[in-house]
Design a binder for this molecule. Sequence first.
Ligand code: PLP
Length: 384
Amino acid sequence: MDDEWICARLGEDEPWQLGAVNPPVFGSSVFTFGSMAELGAAIRDEDERYVYWRGTNPTVDLLQRKLAALERAERAKCFGSGMGAISAAISSLVSAGDHVLVLGAVYGPTTQFLRYLEKFGVTHTHVADLAACEEAVRPGTRLLYFESPSYMRYEIFDLEAVAGWARGHGLVTVMDNTWSTPLFQKPLTKGVDLVVHSLSKYAGGHSDVVGGVVAGPARLIRPLALTEYQLYGAAMSPHDAARVIKGLRTLPVRMAAHQERGLAVAAFLEGHPAVRRVNHPGLPSHPGHGVARGQMSGFSSLFSVELDTDSRAEVGAFLDGLRHFRIGVSWGGFESLVNAPALTVEESVRATLGVPVGLVRLAVGLEPAATLIEDLGCALGGIA
Ligand SMILES: Cc1ncc(COP(=O)(O)O)c(C=O)c1O
């Protein structure tokens, strides 16, 4: 089925009550039954039946069906945040004594969650590439977790090669596909087992919702829905699901605009003398560009630049000097944002993480590219 159709209409072929074009928001925490026998049957099948909001809800269910279709997954389960989805997905697959391989750089709190799991006897190893995976894999390794593009430097991994290697070693693969959205990359079709997303970024698109999703085969989603979803309580609300459904309606047109503006801004920065390097996989100069073009159908607008300075003061002055980009942590909304991770941590922590002082992350929003380029050009004057 066509992605644009899924975003606009899947599950909504019949007009809603009174001819409404938007689905009703089922703001009911509880659903009632005609008999105890009916309630009992529903509780036994609570990942599919509407019993209580912390299990599932019809509005959330509609969003789940759309997201499963976009990821070409049998099923999807939505959560109250991306971290809710990531922590549930990982912990549904490991037990005490198991080991996890983390390929490339991943979102900071994901690594923090893996560290947290150490107190339950689950260990992990960070590796840079498949050769290092081969060295680090051990009999207790169960899971390979990764992002492509990777976090902060946007390195590309060959999805078929990673999934094939993991399968050959009996590992389950989990991939965070937030950067690409399900429109630009479909990891399950390349052999990845489970995909996770933060829906707080492009899927929502308006910086007015926090949510997450895990998508994959029913054999992995059903146990996770019945156990981790119910017990951790990171439930998605129907009101938030309605916001993400609204975000999906315009996702194809927004992503085309994000791609165009992101590439225009990245190309400008690549040619600027105050910039050492631009980490955007959509630029032909990026080392992973060829592989990216083979497995992705587009590029989103989150990338990083390495400024030609090692002075915290100069980097800070550059960010403070921007008039249209706003300073903030998230990304994927209509608004352009910047952040310099090195300036938010102590120098000793920065050095351990290996983040250059001059690394600045840009999330290009939907403002005109020319305005954003002019803004960056003015602020970079202080460095050049
Ligand atoms: C790549 C990536 N994955 C997951 C998350 C977590 O999502 P959430 O903030 O919805 O919990 C984020 C948040 O910034 C992220 O950047």
